[in-house]
Design a binder for this molecule. Sequence first.
Ligand code: FE
Length: 344
Amino acid sequence: MKTTVLSLASTLALFGAVFPALAEGEVNIYSYRQPELMKPVLDEFTKETGIKTNVLFLDKGLVERMTAEGENSPADVILTVDVTRLTEAKNGGVTQAVNDEIINKDIPANYRDPDGNWFGLTTRGRVIFASKDRVQQDTITYEELADPKWKGKVCMRDGQHAYNVGLVSSMIANKGAEFTEKWLTGLKANLVSKPNGNDRSQAKAVMSGECDLGIAYTYYLGVMKTNDKEPEQKEWAAAVKVLFPNAADRGTHVNISGMAMAKNAPNRDNALKLMQFLSSANAQKIYAEQVFEYPVLPGAEPSDVVKSFGTINPDKLPLIEIANNWKAASELIDKVGLNDGPSE
Ligand code: FE
């Protein structure tokens, strides 16, 4: 009991330091996204509205923190990636519904919560990084990853990583659990080794000849291509081409980065202004460019780097369906033993 009180007190003290004034003219953001990624779009917001933004970056525990802060929480807007984190915030009771004409016009219904508790701003596509040298074909489907012709040629990160659970959720939503179990069994048999590394390592593995197809998010290709700090990543990126799975039928699985209004937002008016701004064409463009993602606004173009990957045809599946099938997907991944790698 004492620990709880103390940690709440120290938490509030910290917020006092981070957000010196909860006065008008400000908006407080709790973000799972790195502040430097948000800076260009937030600077533009301040330029247009005069409203100052304060960002608290968190790498975990956002819901717990906001729950502990309760009515005293300074949070106005939550920014995060992945629909599961957005639904986690909603289900954790730290968001409030927003029903705003401007926002609803800019953000297609499949990229927002039917109850208005979260909104997608940009998308990333779960694609295949294919060897430029060894893979001849320029199209693929997720289903094909289970085709024995790819035996020993596929690599991926941990099956229980959110990025892969999202993909499996989309397969369940589109094709049913029974099909998905068979698919996962075939995918497992085609893996070159136990799932490991992160999304970028899959490009590295393709470059080194370990595998021909790696499963990864589009934005990592942009990150690698422009990585002056670790220029070896430019070589990983140069070794792969992007195949957009199911481009000719239901489209490529996408997940979102998004926003939500905090339940007790002390600066609600400013929070709404920020959310309206972030949903605008201009803001989506700035933001999407910064993070190598796709704006959700119909017709809004991605950056030149992102365009160079090819054209995405995103799966129109409402993102809420990804969240709804999450548990089933995670269980199936364990059931088939995907993380054990190929059994033979
Ligand atoms: Fe990531």
